[in-house]
Ligand binder design. Structure first.
Ligand code: GFB
Length: 356
């Protein structure tokens, strides 16, 4: 079939935690992990949740991102291609072992119970995968820091590729949130034509005059819960992106996590005046405040726009292309656009945060 077998082995995992932003953080770490072990990374589909589906649905990795740029960094193969072309040769059903840190709660004692619950079960079922055995990796020294040669050696000693050719992980073999070292890997994540073309089309048709400011807001009720859980010297989701990994630039505050509408409106107006923006592009999970912004910015004679339908990836692609951006420092969704912009030396700002 023309696909060579990698004798160094493979890594695959279920992106079983959080939604897109969380999964993207985990992806960057997993890419680094596979590279450190010199194993091919099997690109898992993205796990999504839709109200009309009881279980998670799985969207092929390359629906959203190009494969070629990733190949510049490391060997990768989509899970669909791997299962079709290589699994029948090297990962037949009796060889399917799953790896987890330690026993997970579930049906069987002392087992990864890799398919217990949603999205765990539906994810592997997408490819008709069942596991015959569990292996625990909790005692591997250094865990996911495989760019460190000693750590990679620990993995290879415990799980040598000739005996453990395909390592399937119950969750991402990566830190959350993304570690500082792996931020640079963002540049290998390039939007697919499908997403990029929609973003370009929207900008062409709805943002005729630039510069434009792109903003991201988190308003849904799950977010309100997150923001009640901050404490001193503890990062909350993506907060290191503005505060610094060692809190060099301050602590999580309520304004940072859940900025009041008045703060948001004032910050937008000030920013738009400063950059002489002509258009405001609003991305949000709920309540885009289009009417409120239009009213508040009347004197500036600017246009306020948003996508007609909810499309998180197109929102992010547009935010990355904006002339300036304000995001939520705590949200990993916001942080995707931040990383992409920083990779291209574009400016970023955060709600309720003053640049040091
Ligand atoms: O991406 P995400 O992990 O970032 O989850 P956070 C937020 C999800 O909300 C996105 C939707 O994946 C989208 O589905 N969403 C958020 C948006 N902002 C937008 C937007 O501007 N446009 C559109 N179309 N959709 C974490 C979650 O969120 O928050 C965890 O991963 C948990 O599961 C936690 O819910 C409270 O880091 O913002």
């Amino acid at each position: 079939c023309g696909v060579d077998i990698d004798p160094n082995g493979y890594v695959v995992y279920c992106p079983c935690m959080g939604r897109f932003g969380n999964q993207a953080d985990h992806f960057l770490g997993s890419l680094s992990f596979a590279k450190g072990l010199n194993r091919t990374l099997i690109l898992p589909p993205w796990v999504e949740y839709k109200p009309q589906h009881r279980n998670s649905i799985q969207i092929p990795f390359d629906t959203y991102f190009k494969i070629k740029p990733l190949e510049e960094y490391h060997r990768v193969i989509t899970m669909e291609k791997f299962m079709k072309t290589l699994a029948p040769k090297i990962w037949t059903p009796e060889k399917r072992v799953v790896y987890c840190y330690s026993g997970r709660h579930g049906d069987k004692p002392n087992d990864c119970n890799a398919k217990d619950g949603n999205p765990f079960g539906p994810f592997w079922d997408t490819f008709s995968i069942d596991f015959v055995k569990s292996e625990f990796y909790g005692s591997v020294g250094g865990l996911f820091d495989t760019p460190d040669k000693h750590v990679a050696q620990n993995w290879n000693d415990m799980f040598p590729p000739h005996k453990h050719l395909v390592m399937a992980f119950t969750g991402a073999p990566a830190e959350f949130p993304v570690s500082q070292n792996n931020l640079r890997l963002q540049r290998y994540l390039v939007w697919s034509n499908l997403i990029n073309d929609q973003a370009e089309k929207f900008i062409r048709e709805n943002i005729p005059s630039r510069p434009f400011l792109g903003i991201h807001m988190r308003h849904a009720s799950d977010w309100t819960n997150v923001c009640t859980h901050f404490s001193k010297n503890l990062h909350l989701f993506a907060s290191a992106q503005c505060l610094g990994y060692h809190f060099e630039h301050g602590q999580v505050t309520m304004d940072l996590c859940m900025p009041p509408d008045e703060l948001v409106k004032r910050q937008v107006k000030k920013t738009m005046k400063k950059m002489k923006a002509k258009t405001l592009f609003v991305a949000a999970d709920d309540n885009h405040m289009i009417g409120e912004f239009t009213e508040f910015l009347k004197k500036l004679k600017v246009t306020v726009v948003k996508l007609d339908i909810s499309s998180p990836h197109v929102d992010l692609a547009i935010l990355a292309k904006a002339d300036h951006y304000i995001g939520n420092c705590v949200s990993t969704f916001s942080s995707f656009a931040v990383r992409e912009r920083r990779a291209h030396n574009k400016s970023v700002a955060f709600w309720g945060f003053t640049e040091p």
